[in-house]
Design a protein around this ligand. Structure first.
Ligand code: NDP
Length: 287
């Protein structure tokens, strides 16, 4: 044999519990194929009590990257060598990447939302006013990134008052952005002067056909309305908004954009975003 050969693939994975229905593998494998890199993506069931051993294993085996999903996004932090400023503000890590012998944590959820807003919505959040429905992990990631991007005002609307107020306080603490909590009473009507309305709750996620209980008549033509729900991409929330002339951005775009940031951290290459979106849309029956 004269040529040297390389039979070793680079590895990335998602750790979760439950994890079997997580579709990230579909967009990541499509991205690796399109970019022509020899990477493999694995969907791995990791119990909470095994997270430290699993991260140790990924470290020992030289994994290029790991995504974390329920219930590991917070617990993983203490197992890493460092995390980004925005992940620290959000208090959760969804993407781990390797630099030398260090494993570092990032949160790409809110950044994926921002990328959709800028690239698909053609909207710079600086100086704009937002209503965010929800105060869970997705709402926290989105609101923190909006504040870091110098949004003028963020109204957090949540069913649970304690969670809603806590998020408004966290966002207000970033500085520069006015943040307030508003109670979610049935038929909630957003205030005047809002540029972007985002559903960051789990309402409407397949197979739930419902939509947030708000006054849809308050949506003006030209307003940007976003949903974090990736499946179905055309949620009933977005259909109502589009019928009132709003520009709509779906959660599939956010999911692809957050994955694209991870892809770049792992491979050093720009992500083939179109291929990733096509692969996932096919999975959600919306190709
Ligand atoms: P959490 O469980 O952390 O938070 C859920 C939020 O939804 C809470 O604010 C909760 O309110 C609210 N909520 C749920 N049901 C209702 C209801 N019936 N009425 C009013 N409020 C309700 O979940 P996450 O934030 O982690 O995830 C939320 C969604 O975001 C998921 O569906 C997930 O698919 C999606 N997501 C999408 C991403 C993407 O890239 N597109 C990335 C991350 C998440 P309360 O506090 O009152 O209980």
């Amino acid at each position: 044999m004269t040529e040297s050969r390389n039979y070793k693939s680079e590895l990335a994975a998602v750790f979760g519990h439950p994890v079997a229905e997580n579709p990230t593998i579909v967009m990541m494998e499509a991205a690796f194929r399109a970019a022509g890199v020899d990477y493999r993506y694995l969907t791995i069931e990791v119990l909470p009590e095994d997270l430290a051993a699993a991260v140790g294993g990924a470290r020992a085996m030289g994994f290029r990257g790991v995504n974390l999903t329920i219930p590991h996004k917070i617990e993983v932090i203490r197992l890493l060598d460092g995390i980004s400023e925005n992940a620290a503000l959000i208090g959760a890590v969804n993407t781990v990447y390797r630099r030398g012998d260090k494993l570092l944590g990032e949160n790409t959820d809110g950044k994926g939302f921002l990328a959709s807003l800028k690239e698909e919505g053609d909207l710079d959040p600086a100086g704009r006013s937002f209503v965010i429905l929800g105060a869970g992990g997705a709402a926290r990631a989105v609101s923190v990134e909006l504040a870091l991007a110098k949004a003028a005002r963020i109204v957090i609307v949540n069913r649970d008052e304690g969670r809603g107020r806590a998020l408004a306080e966290r966002v207000a603490g970033i500085g520069g952005t006015k943040a307030e909590y508003a109670a979610w009473t049935p038929g909630y009507r957003m205030p005047e002067g809002i540029d972007v309305l985002a559903n960051a709750t789990s309402i409407g996620l397949y197979p739930d056909p419902s939509r947030p209980d708000i006054e849809y008549g308050a949506i003006r033509a030209g307003m940007v309305v976003c949903d974090v729900i990736p499946n179905p991409p055309r949620s009933s929330f977005l259909k109502e908004a589009a019928a009132r002339g709003a520009k709509t951005l779906d959660g599939l775009g956010m999911l692809v954009n957050q994955g694209a940031i991870g892809f770049k951290l792992w491979t050093g290459l720009e992500a083939p975003v179109g291929e990733m979106r096509r692969a996932l849309a096919g999975e959600f029956g919306d190709a």
